[in-house]
Design a protein around this ligand. Structure first.
Ligand SMILES: Nc1ncnc2c1ncn2[C@@H]1O[C@H](COP(=O)(O)OP(=O)(O)O)[C@@H](O)[C@H]1O
Ligand SMILES: [Mg+2]
Length: 287
C-alpha cells in the first residue's frame, strides 16, 4: 500500500465552536511525499495535523465525520499512543516540547516509554545525534541552546522513534532565516534518505517551495489548491494565494501579464536568476 494518509469527506467541529474548523477534506498522500501546507491563520492547518496524529478526536472534544485513515489505522478507533509511534510531531515552539535536564535524556525519553532495551536506546540516540549533527549538545540542558538548536533536538527526539510520517507545524516561525533554512534542508534530507513522508506547514513559501512535490492551500477549512506547485503557480486565477507568493513568483506573474512569459516559474531567487539569464540570452540581450 502506497497511501499513508487517506481522508474521505473529513469534517471537524470543535465542541465549543459554531463553525467547522475543517470541512469536506479529501486527501490522499503517498509514502515519501514532501507536502507543503499553507493558508491564512485560523484556516484549519493545525487541526489537520491533530487529526493525522489522533489528538483529534481523542484529546480535543468535537465532532469528527468522514473517514480518516493514517498508515492503515482508522484514526477515530486507534489510541493516540499507537499513532504516536509512527507519526512524529514537531511544533512551532520547541521549548514546549523539551522538558528534561539534558538533550540525551530528551532523545531517550520516548523510547524509554516504549520499554525499548537500554542498549538499543543508546544506539538510536547516538545514531540520530550524529545524523542531526548535535552530538556535542547531548550533555547540555535544552534551555542552554539556541532556538535553532532546540528545534533540531525536538526533531531528533521524534526521529529516534523511527517515524514513518513527520508532521511539522510551522517549525521555523520562531527561527532566524539562516536556522530556518538549515532546519528545512535537514528535513529535506530525511525525506530523501529515509523516504519519510513529510507534511510541513509553513508561511514562508520561499523556504520550502523548491523542495516540495506538492502544495496544499487551505482557506476557511477547505482545500482550495492541491497539486504540483509549479502548475498551481502558473495559473491565472490564484488570487487567494497572491499574498503568500515568493517575490520570484510574483515577478514571473507580473512579467506574464505584460506579455513576457518565462519558460518556467522560478520558485527561489536562484531559480529566478537562472531563468532570467536564459531568457535574456535567448533574446540576445546577454551573451
Ligand atoms: N482547541 C480549540 N477549540 C476551539 N476552537 C479551536 C481550537 N483550536 C482551533 N480552533 C478553531 O478552529 C479553526 C482552525 O484553527 P487552526 O487549525 O488552529 O488553524 P491554523 O493552524 O490554520 O491557524 C479556527 O477557527 C480556530 O479558532
Ligand atoms: Mg496553526
Amino acid at each position: 500500500m502506497n497511501s499513508v494518509i487517506y481522508f474521505r469527506d473529513v469534517s471537524f467541529k470543535y465542541s465549543n465552536s459554531e463553525q467547522f474548523a475543517l470541512k469536506d477534506i479529501n486527501l490522499n498522500i503517498n509514502k515519501g511525499e514532501f507536502v507543503l501546507i499553507t493558508g491564512p491563520s485560523g484556516c484549519g492547518k493545525s487541526t489537520l495535523c491533530r487529526i493525522i496524529n489522533g489528538l483529534i478526536p481523542h484529546f480535543y472534544g468535537g465532532t469528527l465525520t468522514g473517514e480518516a485513515i493514517v498508515l492503515g489505522y482508522d484514526v477515530s478507533r486507534t489510541p493516540t499512543y499507537v499513532l504516536a509511534r509512527y507519526v512524529g510531531m514537531v511544533f512551532q515552539n520547541p521549548e514546549n516540547q523539551l522538558f528534561l535536564s539534558s538533550v540525551e535524556k530528551e532523545l531517550a525519553f520516548g523510547l524509554e516509554n516504549l520499554s525499548i532495551p537500554k542498549p538499543e536506546i543508546e544506539k538510536r540516540v547516538q545514531e540520530v545525534a550524529q545524523l542531526m549533527n548535535i552530538e556535542t549538545l547531548l550533555d547540555k540542558a535544552p534551555y542552554e541552546l539556541s532556538g535553532g538548536q532546540q528545534q533540531k533536538v525536538a526533531i531528533a527526539s521524534v526521529l529516534v522513534m523511527y517515524p514513518k510520517i513527520l508532521v511539522l507545524d510551522e517549525p521555523t516561525s520562531n527561527l532566524d532565516p539562516r536556522s530556518a533554512m538549515e532546519i528545512i534542508d535537514l528535513i529535506f534530507r530525511l525525506n530523501k534518505k529515509f523516504g519519510i513522508t513529510v507534511i510541513i506547514i509553513e508561511h514562508r513559501l520561499e523556504l520550502v517551495l523548491e523542495k516540495t512535490t506538492r502544495l496544499i492551500f487551505i482557506n476557511k477549512g477547505r482545500i482550495i489548491y492541491d497539486g504540483d506547485p509549479r502548475k498551481i503557480l502558473k495559473k491565472e486565477d490564484i488570487d487567494e494565494l497572491e499574498f503568500y507568493l515568493p517575490k520570484s513568483v510574483k515577478l514571473y506573474r507580473d512579467l506574464k501579464r505584460i506579455g513576457i512569459e518565462l519558460p518556467d516559474v522560478p520558485l527561489s531567487p536562484s531559480e529566478l536568476a537562472t531563468v532570467l539569464r536564459g531568457e535574456l540570452k535567448r533574446r540576445r540581450l546577454l551573451k
